[in-house]
Design a binder for this molecule. Structure first.
Ligand SMILES: [Zn+2]
Length: 91
C-alpha cells in the first residue's frame, strides 16, 4: 500500500513538473539538453548559468536525484560539454 501511495505521489510530482515551471522560465528559455537529467530523467534540476573561459555562455546542470552534473552551451544542441570545452586545459 505504501508503495502504491508513493507511486501516486511521484506521478503527481512528475505532472506538476511537466509544464515549464516559473523557475526555469524566469531564467529564460530552457537550454537544449537541460530539460531533464541525462542519467535518470529527473526534471527538477538545478541550473546555473555561467560564462566559461573564452566568454562562452553555458549552463551548469546538477541533478538532485543521482548527482549527475553536466555543462551545456547556451548555443549548443543538447550535447554536454567536455572538460576541455569548459575551460582549463585548452591552452
Ligand atoms: Zn539524475
Amino acid at each position: 500500500m505504501a508503495r502504491r501511495r508513493g507511486d501516486a505521489a511521484r506521478a503527481r510530482a512528475a505532472q506538476q513538473a511537466e509544464p515549464l515551471g516559473s523557475l526555469s522560465q524566469a531564467a529564460g528559455p530552457v537550454v537544449p539538453g537541460t530539460e531533464a537529467c541525462l542519467r535518470c530523467g529527473e526534471r527538477d534540476l538545478t541550473r546555473i548559468r555561467m560564462t566559461l573561459v573564452g566568454g562562452r555562455l553555458a549552463v551548469f546542470v546538477s541533478c538532485p536525484s543521482c548527482e549527475q552534473t553536466n555543462w551545456f552551451a547556451l548555443d549548443g544542441e543538447g550535447v554536454p560539454l567536455g572538460r576541455g570545452e569548459i575551460g582549463g586545459d585548452t591552452a
